[in-house]
Write a protein that binds this ligand. Sequence first.
Ligand SMILES: Cc1cn([C@H]2C[C@H](O)[C@@H](COP(=O)(O)OP(=O)(O)OP(=O)(O)O)O2)c(=O)[nH]c1=O
Length: 231
Amino acid sequence: MAVPQDVTIPAGNRRMKGVRNVTTRTSERIHHDIRQLVLASSSPRRRELVALLGLSLPVRLISTDVDETSDPAWTPAATVEQLALRKARAAAAMLRGEEAPPSVIVGADTIVVLDGQVLGKPQSEDEAVSMLRRLQGRSHDVYTGVALIGTADGRELVRHRSTRVTMKPLDDERIRRYVRTGEPMDKAGSYGIQGLGATLVERIEGCYFNVVGLPLPLLADMLSEFGVDVL
Ligand SMILES: Cc1cn([C@H]2C[C@H](O)[C@@H](COP(=O)(O)OP(=O)(O)OP(=O)(O)O)O2)c(=O)[nH]c1=O
């Protein structure tokens, strides 16, 4: 999938999908037409997934550098929702300083959960190997939180999805060969289901896109609540 690397993905001349006029429902909630989608992410996967929606809106990318520490008392669902919101709020704060058109900001966060323990991105190849040793031959859950913020009225919407992934039994030699490819290093749980990691997976139950970092069916529903229709 070729996705432009520059800051704004132009709308192009694709089939007009996207913005619907939303009528004001209550006196305190005023909906403005959304003119741009801001993806608060530096993840190339999320960029590609948003591009798949083929929106008529311009898509702007903002890399946020938020503190990704979470409270151990939070559930996995609360963790990904809070972190997604943190990313979207950081982008909202950056936009406040400029005259940006009315935008919907999208933030997301993905974690892998095994036996109630969160596995984030590995800090080293050794950590990637030990994560994969734990994951092999078993099922785990991948959680992704998605947060939307409307810049015109500050409205926030946060949801999550979880997907169960079962990995094949893997011996150490195979795990090490996989880690040497470098693919696991920037991914929660030390694998990428969209790459060579696909060959390590026996089955999934739930949304595939959720595992890759952005559940498109959920995102489409959430965007629709902001007056942006994908189809
Ligand atoms: C399990 C799994 C995770 N991942 C990725 C999705 C996320 O990008 C990453 C988890 O890290 P995140 O912190 O969710 O995201 P990020 O740091 O890559 O990007 P940003 O915060 O700027 O939006 O792991 C895959 O690409 N494939 C997989 O199969």
